[in-house]
Design a protein around this ligand. Structure first.
Ligand code: TRP
Length: 329
């Protein structure tokens, strides 16, 4: 069985786009592989969260992922900062990571441009910490989005370099986990682009009914069809696309037919869409809130995750230390 590792940024909440994209794939992955899911709280320190935010963000993401079905009995779910072997491997890998190559990564260059007052060393070595996350379990595969491809490439490079330097094929070269054609893209509410691409175009699993209805009612539309069977504009197609995943097939068909016969009322379409989304998100939101208020359960989940993650991590670290040449007296 292959080892698959996935790092989750403790920022933001899950929206429908995440749900029908990454989350669906995570749920499938966890049944087919030896999966590690962890919350990358060390990485989040590059942006200097307050102590309260640091903890609450981890708790929120954890609660959401558990609520949608990540199963701590099936996968290893842990918090990065609970596994001290990761920062130790990070220290060791840092010795073979060159400043020049780190400075040349696009994400680092972007940060230098976007936050010139906070170009900290953690940002520079972000890819090394990410490599440590991956290599500590000798992962075969890592599901990554477009924005993380370069970081994965760096992890591959550091793994190869270590193997070469010590003339020992120790680390596997991690591959990108390919979701194939199954990746459903959910559009946002602002007329164009993917959900989550811009501020305010997302429907979050945690959105209260009132907020959610408001968002859907304010979704961008167009002036309406003027002739029978006219091509569907992007904003309307987007609403149909969301409907496709949350509504009954005949509901979607009903509104498509109304559109084609120029009888559609966008207000009705949106009302129906909002109710169908709520039907879907209501039970999930309740689960999120239940889990988030169940400190004892959360404590149990992270303790179990840390124990499993550390078992695997300490084995790797022991090997790595020995390969490097650390010997006890
Ligand atoms: N950098 C990833 C992101 O921003 C999060 C992450 C940290 C990660 N460590 C990882 C992803 C290891 C995959 C593997 O989304």
């Amino acid at each position: 069985m292959e080892t698959v590792l996935s790092g989750i940024r403790p920022t933001g909440n899950l929206h429908l786009g995440n749900y029908f994209g990454a989350v669906k794939n995570f749920l499938r992955m966890q049944n087919e592989n030896n999966c590690y899911f962890f919350i990358a709280d060390y990485h989040s320190l590059t942006t200097h969260p307050t102590p309260e935010n640091l903890h609450n963000n981890v708790k929120n993401v954890l609660s959401e992922y558990l609520a949608v079905g990540l199963d701590p009995e099936v996968a290893t779910i842990y918090v990065q900062s609970d596994v001290p072997e990761i920062p130790e491997l990070y220290l060791l890998l840092n010795m073979n990571a060159y400043i020049g190559e780190l400075e040349r990564t696009t994400s680092f260059k972007d940060k230098v441009r976007s936050q010139p007052d906070n170009v900290n060393a953690g940002l520079l070595t972000y890819p090394v910490l990410m490599a440590a996350d991956i290599l500590i379990h000798n992962a075969d595969k890592v599901p990554v989005g477009k924005d993380q491809e370069q970081n994965l490439e760096m992890a591959r490079k550091f793994a190869r370099r270590f193997n070469q330097m010590y003339n020992h094929e120790y680390f596997k070269i991690p591959q990108a986990y390919n979701f194939g054609a199954e990746l459903v893209k959910i559009p946002g509410l602002d007329g164009s682009g993917k959900m989550g691409k811009s501020e305010g175009n997302g429907i979050y699993l945690i959105d209260e009914p009132k907020v959610l209805r408001q968002k859907v009612m304010r979704a961008v539309t167009d002036a309406g069809p003027t002739q029978m069977n006219s091509p569907i504009s992007e904003p309307i197609q987007n609403l149909f696309d969301i409907m496709k995943v949350v509504s009954a097939p005949d509901t979607l068909q009903f509104f498509v037919e109304k559109y084609n016969s120029c009888e559609i009322r966008y207000g009705d379409l949106k009302k129906q869409l909002a109710e169908d989304i709520l039907n879907f998100t209501n039970p999930i939101r309740e689960r999120i809130n239940d889990i988030a208020s169940n400190e004892e359960y959360l404590r149990k989940v992270v303790a179990m995750g840390a124990e499993k993650a550390r078992a695997s991590a300490s084995k790797t670290l022991k090997d790595v230390r020995s390969i490097i040449g650390f010997k006890s007296f």
